[in-house]
Design a protein around this ligand. Structure first.
Ligand code: AHR
Length: 493
């Protein structure tokens, strides 16, 4: 394996911190039990009902933005149900996720105040599937308007005087599926209608209107939307891609075979091609890359843990998930000219979560640790790192074993993140550094004994980052020996 790292004196591209965003849907135990335990009858320490342990853990990740309330739930959600006195809020059925009763005790104020607690930017997904343009306009006015108006007056009556200034707005979610089973042509028209009024009065404040994009490789969706929606109406364009090989048979989260692991990694690495191909279509209509590609759902998706509600999407998180996270974040960093925002699905207790909870207990998953190791890339200058990798082979199929990305932060520290997805062999890589001389080198590594290892409530620290001693710097040559299935973060100065 060989690599070339270029360190220009004046780097010209920043890796947006918003690539490291998260997602919290009203789904299973994501909000209720995960983020929120309510203010009443609980022994779990909380601030206005939000778990203190979860807030502290997420603050250590510097999470830049949080998407809410869905997902599919967003297109069934009427925000007015979630404001005012909690005991008077209507209960609804969470039709997409387990058909459970949603009591709306966690609503707009609860979410936006929680974002303040987390020091993160809210990203609200508006209801297009079963809502109206008026409903979305009212929501924007409710959360953002400073002066007197019906909605801002109502907000004040509900206990919040100053606006929250929500900048990120999704216009529906997956309109090709749970968001209304629409054609791209029909959604493009609806998008323009919603975006027109969503922007009114808030464009100069920097509002970011995000159109719902395709699932994985539906390039026609991108072609139609980019053609029909003027650039003046769209600041972001979403893409959803899960590392799933077979939707009918997603396989177990922990007892997977090497063949299943290979399949997952193949789908995860497809992200690179998806960004390139959707990006090429976007380039035709938006050559200056004004519209951000927002990968606002990504991650691994397996069968739920045995004995749990199939509609709750609760799954464990192994070193396989760490490999998905490490490789995907490298891909995002390397496409950060177009990918300027992304959201891992999802934060707590759902899909590829960074945190799992069980009543008062909380654990950090391997994915959490990758996010924590990679936070050094947030808002740092991107450095081009090209890698020629050996193959990781299963049967007659190959994947590149090693991937990486690099950046230089405001304090002049260079970080190189490297992944070796090969579960059987260490991989040594020699990187030639061009443009600067480094004196000091340190590193951290995330790996384990077995690829299928995971943290449990009884053994929460089976997988955690350790100091890494496998890298050497001699002049301009950096040599790194990556253990099998490992994520490594190097720091050079
Ligand atoms: O993240 C779970 C679901 O996956 C989301 O609700 C939906 O947008 C996607 O299909």
């Amino acid at each position: 394996n060989t690599g070339d790292l270029k360190v220009p004196t004046k780097p010209d591209r920043v890796i947006s911190r918003h690539i490291y965003g998260h997602f919290a849907e009203h789904l299973g135990r994501s909000i209720y039990g995960g983020f929120y335990v309510g203010e009443g009858n609980t022994k779990i320490p909380n601030t206005n009902g939000v778990r203190n342990d979860v807030v502290e853990a997420l603050k250590r990740l510097n999470i830049p933005n949080l998407r809410w309330p869905g997902g599919c739930f967003a297109d069934t959600y009427h925000w007015m149900h979630g404001i005012g006195a909690k005991e008077e809020r209507p209960t609804i059925v969470n039709a997409w996720w387990g058909g459970v009763t949603e009591d709306n005790s966690f609503g707009t104020h609860d979410f936006l105040n929680m974002c303040e607690l987390l020091g993160t930017k809210p990203y609200l997904a508006g209801n297009v599937g079963s809502g109206s343009v008026q409903e979305l306009m009212d929501w924007v006015q409710y959360v953002n308007f400073d002066g007197k108006s019906p909605m801002s007056n109502l907000r004040r009556k509900n206990g919040r005087s100053e606006p929250w200034e929500v900048l990120y707005w999704g216009v529906g979610n997956e309109p090709w599926g749970c968001g209304g089973n629409m054609t791209p042509e029909y959604y493009a028209d609806l998008y323009k209608q919603h975006a027109t009024y969503l922007g009114k009065g808030y464009l100069d404040k920097g509002i970011v209107r995000i159109a719902s994009g395709p699932a994985s490789d539906d390039y026609n969706w991108t072609e139609v939307l980019m053609k029909k929606i003027p650039l003046s109406l769209m600041e972001g364009y979403a893409l959803h891609h899960y590392a799933v090989t077979d939707w009918e048979n997603k396989g177990p989260s922990t007892t997977f075979s090497e063949q299943q692991y290979f399949g997952t990694m193949k789908r995860a690495l497809l992200m690179d091609e998806l960004i390139q191909k959707h990006g090429a279509i976007m380039d035709k209509y938006d050559p200056e890359k004004k519209v951000a590609l927002v990968v606002d759902e990504w991650g691994g998706w397996y069968e739920v843990e045995p004995g749990t509600n199939p509609g709750f999407l609760y799954q464990q998180n192994t070193m396989r998930d760490a490999m998905i996270a490490g490789t995907t974040l490298n891909i995002f960093n390397n496409h950060s000219d177009r990918v300027r925002m992304a959201n891992l699905a999802q934060t707590v207790n759902v899909l590829q979560a960074v945190i799992l909870t069980d009543e008062e207990k909380m654990i950090l998953t391997p994915t959490y640790h990758v996010m924590e190791m990679y936070k050094v890339h947030q808002d740092a200058n991107w450095l081009p790192l090209t890698i020629k990798s050996e193959a990781y082979t299963v049967g007659n199929e190959n994947l590149p074993a090693v991937s990486g990305s690099a950046s230089k932060d405001k304090n002049g520290l260079t970080h190189i993140s490297l992944t070796n997805i090969d579960p059987n062999q260490a991989q040594e890589i020699t990187i030639n550094i061009d443009g600067t001389k480094y004196k000091n080198l340190s590193g951290r590594v995330l790996t384990s004994k077995k690829l299928q290892d995971y943290n449990t409530f009884d053994k929460p620290n089976t997988i955690k980052p350790e100091n890494f001693k496998g890298a050497k710097l001699k002049g301009n040559t950096l040599t790194v020996k990556l253990p099998p299935f490992s994520v490594v973060m190097l720091e050079l100065k």
